[in-house]
Design a protein around this ligand. Structure first.
Ligand code: F6R
Length: 610
């Protein structure tokens, strides 16, 4: 939700900021802007509606020169996407600010500041913060002190970066509930919402803690924590290659990320499984202790990560024999709970910054769960820092807004976790060995599915002019169907709904006709015969079926039934493998429809607002 970037350097910062914005565009892309303090100590600003490319084009004719600057790419929350609502916002002509997050008490502050003569030019909550800081500046005369005094009055979530033309050698940043990272350079320093933005200029990063406020200069970084104590934050090196934010030979990030899956699934397994067993210690030094006596697992997540949690519930109950509940974070956080004794709280999140998931975690930590385990893809994210135990997925940066490799690596990590828990609960060694063997086969099976890309692209033509579709699955394939439907609606804007196949006759069957393609995931498992009866129900109503099945499932192509044969897979690992053709199907439908695959309308990656 919005991306911010800032730089203070010996060199001109415009190029650094523009490249940073391009790399942050996955967070929001309805408008973009930049403010630079020029050599004449004035603020120069450029703002454009649309993507970062529009800003870059405008800045070609009117470049901004200067060694200190901030920039922003927006995902609108308060006020429509327009030039006046685009960031940076200013108070007078000396102070500029960029903001990611939401100021909840902005209305009352707005009234107050208006009463004191401040004029508002936008509908945003951010402009309130600009004026509040400027008001403080008039009495305090120090940007750092003015920002500190202002944030004491803010309620909500924010990461802010502020510059003032009277103090042209530094920027002031702070975070509370929204991510912010400092990129440490040599004779220059940077800030951004995500380290990816800064990879062209540094690989050393410092993560601010909640409540921190930092003074960033060319040659120094000073941080105060919430209590006003001076603190040092550890510098970490970025581990993935700097090119991971590049599309390479692929037309879209999403396609690149789908194709990366064999490698990143393998990377997620590495060091965590031998040929026959899971290495529990690899889940953390305290893992054995924390997993011992777990009597219940409560999974919390949003969107695609929630679907991963739904698959895990089947695994946890089947293999570990431990009851498991799964709930979307935005529901969980706003209701009362009955917490069973010895419940492990498990959050799943690609970004580790999803506001609802973090809020649920923070509540859970006060509520008496046994421990909090995070499955997450972003090192140093809030979720990682605030959990007792962490299993990092090794997907590498995911740029496409529609999640793909994050999901399959989450499933891999969840299955490894399930086996560790199951061992504590008496899973026989031979069964663990059988499943570990199946996990080792997954990267190869996913590559086999990728080899069907051309056929899936062909199949996608049947969806191009449809407005609705149904996705069916049974058992642990039901969440796979949900995920397939989410992918299709997100990037192709075709209405897609998923049902457990057995529910079909309880209502949705009424919708089925030749205009409603029905996609079904049907690996050979003990539910496949029942699933076939459900398929007959669709066929009998003239529905057109697109079935992904292995040979053993014995689903025959016929009139109205298109069958895509997938490799034979172990029933436990089948959800990972069967997800991939559905990702490819959505991708190709979107490409045919000409939608913006990597940055679908109205969406943003990393939902750091409620
Ligand atoms: C869908 C998608 C979203 C995210 C959701 C949670 O393709 O990407 O549904 O899964 O916003 O995000 P994380 O996993 O970062 O908590």
């Amino acid at each position: 939700m919005c991306g911010i970037v800032g730089a203070v350097s010996e060199r001109d910062v415009q190029g650094i900021l523009l490249e940073g914005l391009r790399r942050l565009e996955y967070r929001g892309y309805d408008s973009a802007g930049m403010a630079v303090i020029g050599g004449d100590h004035s603020v120069q600003r450029a703002r454009e509606v649309g993507k970062v490319a529009s800003l870059a084009a405008a800045m070609k004719t009117n470049p901004l020169a200067g060694h200190l600057g901030i920039a922003h790419t927006r995902w609108a929350t308060h006020g429509e996407p327009s030039q006046i609502n685009a960031h940076p916002h200013m108070s007078g002509d000396r102070l500029a600010i960029v903001h990611n997050g939401i100021i909840e008490n902005y209305q009352e502050l707005r009234e107050e500041l208006r009463g004191e003569g401040f004029e508002f030019t936008s509908q945003t909550d951010t402009e309130v913060v600009a004026h509040l800081i400027e008001k403080n500046y008039r009495s305090l005369g120090s940007l750092y002190d003015s920002v500190r005094a202002a944030i004491a009055r803010l309620r909500g979530a924010y990461a802010l970066a502020v510059v003032h033309a009277d103090e042209p050698d530094h920027l002031v940043v702070c975070r509370e509930g929204s991510p912010l990272v400092i990129g440490v350079g040599i004779g220059e320093n940077f800030i951004a919402s995500d380290q990816l933005a800064l990879l062209p200029v540094t690989d050393r990063f410092m993560f601010l803690e909640e409540g921190d406020i930092a003074d960033i200069r060319k040659d120094g970084i000073a941080i105060l924590d919430r209590e006003g104590q001076s603190v040092e934050r550890e510098i970490t090196r970025f581990e993935h290659g700097a090119d991971s934010a590049d599309k390479g030979e692929y037309r879209h990030f999403m396609l690149k990320e789908i194709y990366e899956q064999p490698r990143v699934i393998k990377a997620t397994m590495e060091g965590r499984v031998t040929n026959t067993r899971v290495l529990e210690q690899a889940l953390g030094t305290d893992a054995e202790n924390l997993l011992e006596n777990v009597r219940h697992v409560q999974i919390i997540a949003c969107g695609t990560s929630y679907h991963a949690g739904m698959v895990a519930r089947y695994w946890i109950e089947e293999l570990a024999g431990v009851p498991c509940s799964v709930e979307v974070a935005s529901e969980f956080r706003y209701r009362k709970h009955v917490i069973q004794q010895d419940t492990l709280f498990l959050c799943i999140s690609q970004s580790g910054e999803t506001a609802d998931t973090l809020a649920a975690l923070r509540q859970a930590k006060k509520a008496g769960f046994r421990a909090a385990l995070a499955i997450c893809n972003v090192p140093g994210s809030s979720l990682v820092r605030e959990s007792d135990l962490v299993i990092m997925t090794q997907a590498g940066p995911e740029i496409g807004v529609a999640s793909t490799k994050a999901f399959t690596t989450q499933l891999t990590a969840l299955l490894i976790f399930t086996l560790a828990l199951a061992r504590q609960n008496g899973l026989p060694e031979e069964q663990e060995a059988e499943i570990v063997k199946a996990i080792h086969l997954v990267p190869g099976q996913v590559s086999d599915v990728l080899a069907l890309d051309g056929e899936i692209a062909e199949m996608s033509k049947a969806f191009m002019d449809k407005h609705h579709s149904l996705f069916l699955g049974r058992g642990s394939q039901f969440p796979v169907a949900l995920e397939g439907a989410l992918k299709l609606k997100e990037i192709s804007y075709i209405h897609a709904e998923a049902y457990p196949a057995g529910e079909l006759k309880h209502g949705p069957l009424a919708l089925v006709d030749s205009e409603m393609p029905v996609v079904t995931v049907a690996p050979n498992n003990d539910l496949v015969e029942k699933l076939k009866s459900n398929l007959e129900e669709v066929r009998a109503r003239g529905g057109e079926l697109f079935v992904f099945a292995d040979k053993m499932a014995n689903v025959k192509p016929d009139e109205g039934i298109h069958v895509m044969q997938l490799p034979s897979v172990h029933p436990i690992t089948a959800p990972i493998v069967y997800t991939v053709p559905l990702q490819l199907l959505s991708y190709h439908v979107a490409v045919l429809k000409g939608t913006d695959v990597d940055q679908p309308r109205n969406l943003a990656k990393s939902v750091t607002v409620e």
